[in-house]
Every structure is written in structure tokens, then in C-alpha cells.
Design a protein around this ligand. Structure first.
Ligand code: ZN
Length: 243
């Protein structure tokens, strides 16, 4: 079995074009890991698999379109019921921010014991084991308050790089270096944005990305209006890649 990458959500924070928030399901012989779990992810997850088969979730940064689906996933798993831990890795403040979100959305969640534990890991540049994968996180240039990171994920003998949300910067070639697949955001096509990269900028830097395959995601209105001229392979919700 090869490694399967399924794009469950390829939209920006505004769900442009009706696309779901950021969520990528990676399945390998060792298990399953989600890369990001944005606010609208649970319906897409349920359509794709039994959520109980997800071993781990790796979160890039603390914006709702990237981690806002975690409370819904954990709630769904409480009543599934799940019996084994769910491993969640991400920026330093992820656990605290998740707890705030869960308390706001389902205060009663904490009124009865959960049949499983969420185990938290802070992801850093040194790779750590997160369920079926070795994962490292690297700072990228985005809204600082969101503790923005990109990820490098080794799983099933393959290497996947993922930008999270980022403007162009030296972190992106490092995230892509040697990857079988580099997943990069292109929120805009050509409109400059202080915290996101455009397809035109990414194309201009394509030679600096030493990856086998580049797929763009996190598509906003400007990217979608110019989808035929992006000049880059783009993901759609539900698209699956075998590595
Ligand atoms: Zn985003």
C-alpha cells in the first residue's frame, strides 16, 4: 500500500468557492494522520473515513480554519465512543486554545468523563513521533499571534511538506526540500497579501523548491477566479494523491 493523501478541505478562511477549511487526510500502512483540522472539517472527515481510524492530528497554526474542527472531532469521538488516545500536535498554545474553544462550544463536554484521552505534543523543528508519522514544525511568516508553522511529515517511507499559511520566505524551500509532495498555500493568484503567498510569487520561486511534486491549496477568491491560469497543480476538496 502506498501513502494516500486526500484533500478534505482546500478553501481559505472564508470558504471561498464553497470549499471546506484546511484539512488533509494522510493514510499509510502505519496509520492515519490529519494535517490541520479546520472549522468545517468534521463532515468531510466523516465522508472520507471512520474518524475512529484517525491516529493523530498535526496542526500548523492557531487560526480557526486550521484547528477549529478539533472540538467537533473530539466531541464526535467521545460519543463514538473512542477507546484509544487521539494524538494531537501543534504550536505551543494549541492545547490551551482548544480548551477555550471547547468550553465555549460545548461546556457540558466536561461534565462527564471522556472514554479516551487527547494526548498533546508541542511540535518543534526536531522531528518527533506523532502516531504513524515523524513530524517536525518550522516557523513560517504569517500572523505571529497564530504561532504559524509549516510541517514536514515522514510517513510510509515518504516525505510530505506543508506550508500551512505563509507568505513567501526562506522557510518554504526548507519545508519542500527533498519532499515527495509539497503542499503549499496560494490564497491569491496575483493580489499581494501581507500574510499569504500568491500563485504568481510561488511560480516565480518554483526552482527554489526541491520537491518531487507541488500541489497548491487554501484557494481564495482571486486564485479561484484565475484557476485556469494558476500554472500550478491545485487541489480540490476530495482530491486524492497516491505517493
Ligand atoms: Zn488559513
Amino acid at each position: 500500500m502506498s501513502v494516500e493523501v486526500r484533500f478534505l478541505g482546500t478553501g481559505d478562511a472564508f470558504a471561498s468557492g464553497g470549499r471546506s477549511h484546511a484539512c488533509i487526510l494522510v493514510t499509510a500502512p502505519e496509520g492515519r494522520i490529519l494535517l490541520d483540522c479546520g472549522g468545517s472539517s468534521l463532515p468531510a472527515i466523516v465522508r472520507a473515513c471512520d474518524p475512529g481510524t484517525i491516529d493523530a492530528v498535526a496542526v500548523t497554526h492557531l487560526h480557526g480554519d486550521h484547528f477549529g474542527g478539533l472540538p467537533y472531532l473530539v466531541l464526535q469521538q467521545k460519543y463514538a465512543p473512542r477507546r484509544r488516545p487521539l494524538l494531537v500536535g501543534g504550536p505551543p498554545s494549541l492545547e490551551a486554545r482548544y480548551l477555550e474553544a471547547m468550553k465555549g462550544l460545548y461546556a457540558d463536554f466536561f461534565h462527564s468523563p471522556s472514554p479516551f484521552e487527547v494526548k498533546w505534543t508541542i511540535l518543534r523543528p526536531t522531528p518527533v513521533r506523532l502516531g504513524p508519522a515523524q513530524v517536525s514544525a518550522h516557523s513560517v511568516e504569517h500572523v505571529p499571534a497564530s504561532e504559524p508553522h509549516g510541517l514536514r511529515v515522514r510517513i510510509g517511507g515518504k516525505l510530505i511538506g506543508y506550508s500551512g499559511d505563509a507568505r513567501w520566505g526562506p522557510a518554504l524551500p526548507l519545508l519542500a526540500d527533498g519532499a515527495d509532495l509539497f503542499i503549499c498555500e496560494t490564497t491569491t493568484y496575483s493580489v499581494p497579501d501581507p500574510v499569504h503567498i500568491s500563485a504568481k510569487e510561488l511560480s516565480a520561486h518554483r526552482d527554489e523548491l526541491r520537491c518531487e511534486r507541488l500541489v497548491v491549496t487554501h484557494l481564495g477568491t482571486d486564485s479561484l477566479a484565475n484557476i485556469a491560469s494558476l500554472g500550478l497543480e491545485h487541489a480540490d476538496d476530495g482530491m486524492t494523491i497516491a505517493l
